[in-house]
Design a protein. Structure first.
Length: 294
C-alpha cells in the first residue's frame, strides 16, 4: 500500500505528506486516488480480500493541520473539559448505551452474554473500540462492524489519556504533544478504515481524560469527543446490582458508559436487569449517530 501511495503522490506532484501514526501504521489512502487497473497484493489486509471503500469518502484534511497551533499550555484536565460531549440534546425519553473495549492490559476479553442479550432484545448500542482489542479479536470485530445494531467508534490506538502537555490519569501516562494526540486518534482511525472501509466520527480516550487543547485538536481531526453522564459500571468493577442502579438513574438524553471486554464483571447481568425496567419507563435506546450531542 505504501509503495502504491508513493507512486500516486509522485504522479500528482504532492510533496510532504506527514504520516499521522506510528511506524507500523499506513497513512489513509482514499479510494478516488487509486487507479482502476491497480492490483491488490495478497496479505495487505487482515481478510482474504481488500474491503470495499465508500467512494464518497473525501480526502482527509487532517494531514494538513498545523500542529503548532496546538502546541500551547492547557488550562483544564479531566473528564468534562471544554468541548467534551456527555449527553444527547433531547427532551425525548431516549438514552444511549455505549460500551468500551479497551484491549491490552486493560482487557482483551469479550462479553458474549452481554452482546447476545443486546442482539436478542434488539437494543442498539455504540461501541468504542481500541485498536489493540481489534487486533486481538479481529474476527469478532468484523462481525460487530457488520451488525446494524452496533455503531463502531474510536477508543484510541494505545488506550491513553489525551494531553498536549503530558500528565496521567488512573496511573496511565497521557500523550505529551500534539503529534502524539494525532497519532493516538488516527492510528485506530486508519486501521478501522482499512478493515471496514468506514470512517468513524466519535472519539473517547482511554480513561476518558483530556485537556481542552487536545479536545480542540481531536475536533480538527474530524471527531466529536464523547464521554458520558451515567457511569454505568465504573471500569467494569461494579456488581450487577450497582450497574442496574446506575442505569436506572438515567434521565432523558443520558449516555451510559459500560464495558464489553470484561465478561467476568457484573455488567451483563446488570444491563439485563435494567433494560426491561427502563423500557417500562418508556425509554428508547438509540445509537449516537444521527443524534445531536451536548
Amino acid at each position: 500500500m505504501l509503495r502504491r501511495l508513493v507512486y500516486i503522490l509522485v504522479a500528482i506532484g504532492f510533496v510532504g505528506l506527514t504520516q499521522a501514526c506510528t511506524s507500523e501504521e499506513q497513512p489513509i489512502v482514499e479510494e478516488d486516488l487509486i487507479t482502476e487497473d491497480e492490483e491488490t497484493s495478497e496479505g495487505e489486509f487482515a481478510g482474504d480480500e481488500m474491503p470495499s471503500v465508500d467512494e464518497s469518502v473525501e480526502v482527509e484534511e487532517s494531514q494538513s493541520i498545523d500542529l503548532e497551533e496546538y502546541n500551547r499550555e492547557a488550562q483544564q484536565w479531566g473528564e468534562n473539559v471544554d468541548g467534551v460531549k456527555t449527553r444527547i440534546d433531547t427532551e425525548e425519553k431516549k438514552m444511549a448505551l455505549t460500551f468500551d473495549a479497551c484491549g491490552g492490559q486493560y482487557g482483551n476479553g469479550y462479553d458474549q452474554e452481554l452482546i447476545s442479550f443486546l442482539e436478542e432484545e434488539q437494543i442498539p448500542a455504540t461501541l468504542f473500540i481500541n485498536q489493540r482489542w481489534i487486533e486481538e479479536q479481529s474476527e469478532l470485530f468484523l462481525e460487530l462492524a457488520e451488525n446494524p445494531l452496533f455503531q463502531i467508534e474510536n477508543h484510541g490506538t494505545a488506550h491513553v489519556p489525551l494531553s498536549v502537555n503530558g500528565g496521567a490519569a488512573w496511573g496511565i501516562e497521557a500523550t505529551q504533544s500534539p503529534e502524539e494526540v494525532k497519532a493516538e486518534v488516527l492510528g485506530n482511525h486508519e486501521r478501522v478504515l482499512e478493515l471496514t472501509g468506514r470512517k468513524m466520527s466519535l472519539f473517547r480516550s482511554g480513561t476518558a481524560f483530556y485537556d481542552e487543547v487536545a479536545v480542540e485538536l481531536v475536533n480538527a481531526l474530524g471527531y466529536e469527543v464523547v464521554n458520558f453522564d451515567i457511569l454505568g459500571d465504573a471500569g467494569a468493577t461494579y456488581t450487577a446490582k450497582q450497574v442496574e442502579s446506575a442505569l436506572l438513574g438515567s434521565e432523558n438524553g443520558a449516555i451510559a458508559l459500560l464495558h464489553m471486554n470484561q465478561p467476568e464483571s457484573g455488567t451483563a447481568a446488570g444491563v439485563k436487569t435494567a433494560v426491561p425496567k427502563l423500557r417500562e419507563q418508556g425509554y428508547q435506546f438509540v445509537r449516537l449517530d444521527g443524534e445531536k450531542l451536548e
